[in-house]
Design a protein around this ligand. Structure first.
Ligand code: TUI
Length: 315
């Protein structure tokens, strides 16, 4: 029986409407290929990386999968224009975008058939981007790890769904079949998961990072950087406490930026989960094991089917 076939599956030519977050440093070719091979959409996170690094990652992913995969473009990167050029040259079928407005690149991408799916954190931006011709939007709730907006997934998704005609993908607080079904009930036609895929076997982050997520309990994440206008959700550690202290002391933007520089790499690559930035979503408390991306996707879809069957009892 075909289930969960939405416009997102058609648009992206994938089996399940499940996207992997395009996390900087974390979402490498290995993870993206594993998620795509499992029937979802794997995404390489370009982050702040230079264009040649992104091209190498694309080539590596192509060796690992024949399925479609995407690239996430981080709009605060100094290399945005060059990364877009690589995406166009490499004929990547879809990009997701974060931390900015991809408007100026939409025509260029559409000309080569690249679908554009921006991350939004408000109804207003979703509407503006729909008018500019994007193919779908990802609504990221504040439950997400990393750079977040101000609305929860629960409150934001149905409001975006009512405001636009393009498909809406829900992100933030989703890591199992219950979250998947809940997002679909809100009107989403797909989900994006970040934290859950960090704990995929194929994810190349340092094991300390995965263990920090597995050990995390429900209240273990905190949002730092609110005073900078760039709030980031991380797992509490010595760095987040230093951040909180500096913010309480009204430290300058410069000082706060300096404290944050290179800290995501320190956690992901070196495994420094004390003084590094361990970005993770509120759902970390639900993640209990490391398993292959294929099992993550299969477990979620099987759970979702069982939930839907159960819910029929109440009708
Ligand atoms: O971007 C994210 N999540 C992130 S970014 C990040 S930090 C990082 N560090 C090193 C290298 C690369 C990245 C960690 N997590 N999510 C997408 C997202 N986009 N969340 C919120 C937004 C957003 C915010 C404002 C999108 C658009 C926007 O405004 C655009 C406009 O013009 O109004």
């Amino acid at each position: 029986m075909l289930m969960f076939k939405t416009r997102v599956c058609e648009l992206l030519n994938i089996e399940y409407p499940i996207l992997q977050g395009g996390m900087a440093w974390v979402a490498t070719a290995e993870l993206a290929a594993a998620v795509s091979n499992a029937g979802g959409l794997g995404i390489i996170g370009a982050g702040n990386a230079p264009p040649n690094f992104v091209r190498d990652q694309i080539k590596k992913a192509r060796k690992l999968t024949n399925k479609p995969f995407g690239v996430n473009v981080y709009y605060m990167s100094p290399f945005v224009d060059e990364v877009i050029d690589v995406i166009v040259e490499e004929r990547i079928p879809v990009i997701t975008t974060g931390a900015g407005n991809p408007g100026k690149h939409i025509d260029k991408l559409k000309k080569v058939g690249t679908k554009v799916i921006p991350v939004v954190a408000s109804v207003a931006l979703a509407k503006r981007l729909e008018k500019l011709g994007v193919d779908a939007v990802i609504g990221e709730g504040l439950e997400c790890g990393g750079h977040i907006g101000e609305l929860t997934t629960m409150a934001m998704i149905p409001q975006i769904v009512d405001a636009v005609n393009i498909p809406v993908i829900a992100a933030g607080g989703i890591a199992d079949g219950r979250g998947f079904v809940a997002a679909m009930a809100l009107g989403a036609e797909g989900i994006q998961m970040g934290t859950a895929f960090v704990c995929a076997q194929e994810c190349t982050v340092h094991d300390n990072y995965k263990q920090a997520i597995i050990k995390a309990r429900d209240r273990e994440t905190v949002v730092t950087g609110r005073s900078t206008g760039h709030p980031v959700r991380v797992i509490k550690n010595k760095l987040s406490r230093q951040f909180e202290l500096l913010e309480k002391q009204n430290a300058s933007l410069d000082e706060l930026e300096k404290l944050g520089t290179g800290k995501l790499r320190a956690a992901v690559v070196e495994g420094d989960v004390e003084y590094g930035s361990v970005m993770a979503g509120q759902i970390a408390g639900l993640i209990k094991e490391i398993k292959p991306a294929k099992d993550i996707i299969q477990d979620i879809t099987n759970e979702a089917k069982a939930i839907l069957k159960n819910l029929k009892k109440f009708i």
